[in-house]
Design a protein around this ligand. Structure first.
Ligand code: SAM
Length: 275
């Protein structure tokens, strides 16, 4: 698959999930995004660019931090994400927010115009992450800050459940299309990429989040609400029930003494400053 085809597939998946993203079941992306905004630490009056902004889980807290005299610009490939996030910003009276459809790897902003760039759980979707880092460096003023997140560890029960479900994806469809996800799994590779792009003071910290699902139905509906639907959409209609049963069986390993399901997800927070 070429880069254009990969991007349009990703945009399609997130466009179809935009209405339900983080609206089904427990909070998952919201606490991760709030923590990203907290670590990026935008100050009153600053200008923040949030690439791959999704439903604004980092963008909107960042907008609150910069206040009415600052600016928070969100860019996302999926028009549905952009429309829903713009509506959320309006509802919350955050006039300093602008959201538009665009490529995280080539955000159309004036060079040197941003104090902070944030990139929450998006770098592994990009066909050329190093080119994206160069673009974010260009967007920043000297001394500007970058804060990004990657997933470093999924819960073993969740991993096993998704593996079981993936067994129902027809072979031709299951070819890996996102090698960047693998390359950006270690702090060392991200540090190296940042250093060659002019970033300094690179810090990584892993934070583990617990997510609890009331039952297996809530868990399954949650998968459809985010990028996980990418896999589910590839399963033939007549195999979906069997896939769900296989996933459910593996998720039993996450059952708690309180009879709900708990998974733990580790997110790596990387912060850096443009020299
Ligand atoms: C896992 S979600 C994360 C969203 C948000 N940053 C958060 O933390 O909740 C990934 C988002 O990146 C967007 N995305 C993926 N590739 C992109 C690209 N090349 N340019 C812009 N957005 C992209 C998707 O549409 C989706 O909204």
């Amino acid at each position: 698959m070429d880069d254009g085809a990969v991007k349009s597939e990703i945009a399609g998946v997130f466009d179809r999930s935009a209405a339900t993203y983080e609206q089904v079941g427990p909070e998952f992306f919201a606490p991760m995004g709030r923590e990203l905004a907290r670590r990026a630490a935008p100050r009153a009056g600053e200008r923040v660019l949030d690439v791959g902004c999704g439903r604004g889980h980092c963008l909107l807290p960042a907008a609150e931090a910069v206040g009415p005299d600052g600016a928070a610009v969100g860019v996302d490939l999926a028009p549905g994400m952009v429309a829903a996030t713009a509506a959320d910003a309006r509802r919350r009276g955050l006039a300093q927010v602008t959201v538009r459809v665009g490529d995280a790897a080539a955000p159309e902003v004036e060079p040197g115009s941003c104090d902070v760039v944030t990139a929450g759980l998006v770098i592994f979707f990009l066909p050329d992450p190093e080119a994206a880092l160069r673009a974010w460096a260009r967007a920043l003023r000297p001394g500007g800050r970058l804060a990004l997140t990657t997933f470093t560890a999924m819960d073993p029960a969740y991993g096993a459940a998704m593996k079981a479900v993936s067994g129902f994806v027809p072979q031709v469809e299951s070819a890996p299309t996102r090698p960047a996800a693998e390359r950006f799994r270690t702090g060392e590779s991200v540090t190296e990429a940042l250093a060659t792009t002019g970033f300094t003071a690179v810090r990584h910290e892993d934070v583990t989040f617990q997510t609890r699902f009331a039952d297996l139905d809530e868990w399954w509906n949650w998968i459809w609400s985010h990028g996980g639907r990418d896999m589910l959409e590839k399963i033939p209609e007549d195999a979906l029930d069997a896939a769900r049963s296989a996933g459910n069986a593996a998720m039993e390993a996450a059952r708690t003494p309180e009879d709900d399901l708990a998974i733990h997800t580790t997110v790596r927070y990387t912060t850096a400053r443009l020299a």
